[in-house]
Design a protein around this ligand. Sequence first.
Ligand code: 4AD
Ligand code: MG
Length: 429
Amino acid sequence: MRYYIEDLKNYVGQTVELKGWAFNLRGSKNFKFLILRDGTGLCQCVVAEGESEKESFDNFSQLTQECTVRVVGTVREESRSPGGYELLVKNFEILAPSVDYPITHKEHGPDFLMNHRHLWLRGKRQHAILRVRSEIISAIRDFFDGRGFVCTDAPIFTPSACEGTSTLFQTQYFDEKAYLSQSGQLYMEATAAAQGKVYCFGPTFRAEKSKTRRHLIEFWMVEPEVAFNDLYDNMELAEQFVEYIVQRTIKNKRTELEALGRDLSKLEPIKTPFPRLHYKEAVDIILKENANFIVGDDFGAPDEAILCTKFEKPVFVHHFPSAIKAFYMKHDEKEPEYSMSCDLLATEGYGEIIGGGQREESLKALEKRILEHKLKIEDFQWYLDLRRYGSFPHSGFGLGIERTVAWICGLQHVRETIPFPRLYGRSYP
Ligand code: 4AD
Ligand code: MG
């Protein structure tokens, strides 16, 4: 029988065996305390003179931070133990040593921690963050699976660019060149014609040569695509999706969010409908605080911050200028200089977490756009086939997992939102 710390409430008064790692150690003359960590939680294990076996009491000083240990003892309620239950130890056995564990309970700088990411993951904060991330991923899948979407994952090796050529990662594919996927979108447009409502969820790659708090080189993106949805249907789907993720995470991971010090009163109002701004309306707001903003440009992080601190809910900006958007974006027939695009900006200055829109469905318009964007038309023949054989209005979006985790957890930097971040200038460990 395997016992876990998170289940101890079911075993009060019983003798159990726990296996884990020594998270913290302290002691007085007659009582010694081992805080045991087993992945599911922390538990105070009390080694007491006269009550625990003598050998275990005498050997307590052999325990070191992060050594592997097997502990046998009786479970009892104790409000001062991290999970509310403690173990009165009968005996323990050190299963593997840990000498001079590099991460102590003192402060360490980010570079040091990043170099020890494989160990840093064992810390309390990182433990809570990755549990929130896992919940967000389950929520994402449940949302789409529960609404009849079919998961149709996209390839990682791709022959062409989706989001512009400047951030492409080139690699060798036997005798040919290939690129690591920047987005599964173009493939989802194909599977949407086969299945109606689809999504993909996988790693994406962008060779972004800049160090910022919200850019990773390798990040995870979920991308739904729906046949016969227009821009407005797309925003409705996106807001329902974000409400679902946020509310479910608050419900199921409250303890972790509280441990991270997250102010939940900032997340509780995240309910549909979300405010929507035309690019022109957003620019009017930005210009009041940033007179240097150039109308027609994309927003920088400070511009997004101006917008999203105005609302207690995430805000959509739609109809970005066609000139700054990708080749596949549909232009609005009523004002062709603006595109049927939409970004969703998260609250509290977190900025863009979703990018998407309605796709161009006209073969002629797309052929022209591909040439204007100086992309190789032969690479896109398969994509153009989707317009040759039963073209259809459709829309979709991509939500970046790491930015969403940073926002929901209230973190300063995306580097803590993924187990092993890939950043500009860092691919170790
Ligand atoms: O706005 P983006 O570039 O949109 C697309 O890739 C579309 N093809 C998606 C679609 O319509 N199917 O990226 C979408 C989201 C961003 O809003 C952001 O959350 C995240 O992906 N993202 C990044 N996250 C971390 N690091 C980076 N370098 C990111 N680049 C984009
Ligand atoms: Mg974007």
